[in-house]
Design a protein around this ligand. Structure first.
Ligand code: T46
Length: 135
């Protein structure tokens, strides 16, 4: 839930040529990475996400630009602004997420613990809240 979500720093090695950031599953990323996807081409007032996952763990990284991730576990709401490619946000299963306030040229990289499975999504907020009450 929300208390399990956190921002963290990835390695960054910088020299006169620029910087490199790298990540390995189970070392820098707290799971084996099964899937990678990225979101791009968002207009400034677009919202993405607006769902929760039952099992999926993921790390979000702003490869370029800036955006806000709003997390909600039914008890608490927290907002994180991602704006640096060496910073990751771990999003635990069972947390509703909304991505918004995209700057121009924002790219959101996502590393996930599971392959894509539509059955893993709560895309309806009322159904998500109802599932929390059954826990
Ligand atoms: C998340 C947020 C941050 C696939 O077929 N495979 C994939 O791996 C993904 C990510 C999407 N799709 C299909 C499913 C939909 O037909 O692409 C279409 C758009 O996906 P969606 O509406 O889920 O996109 P977002 O940006 O709202 O959500 C995505 C992830 O799905 C989600 O896990 O946490 O980014």
């Amino acid at each position: 839930m929300l208390k399990d979500c956190y921002l963290f720093s990835l390695p960054q090695i910088t020299d006169t040529r620029g910087s490199v950031t790298f990540m390995e599953g189970q070392r820098h990323i707290p799971f084996d990475i099964k899937r990678v996807y990225y979101l791009y081409g968002m207009q400034e007032n677009t919202q993405r996400g607006a769902h929760a996952h039952k099992k999926l763990k993921q790390v979000l990284i702003a490869l370029s630009g800036r955006f806000t991730v709003k997390l909600d576990d039914g008890k608490e709401i927290k907002e994180y602004t991602l704006s640096h490619p060496s910073e990751g946000l771990y999003v635990a299963p069972g947390v509703w997420r909304e991505l918004q306030d995209f700057s121009s040229h924002a790219i959101c990289l996502a590393l996930t613990s599971e392959l894509y499975d539509e059955e893993d999504y709560f895309r309806d907020y009322a159904a998500y809240r109802a599932s929390l009450e059954k826990r």
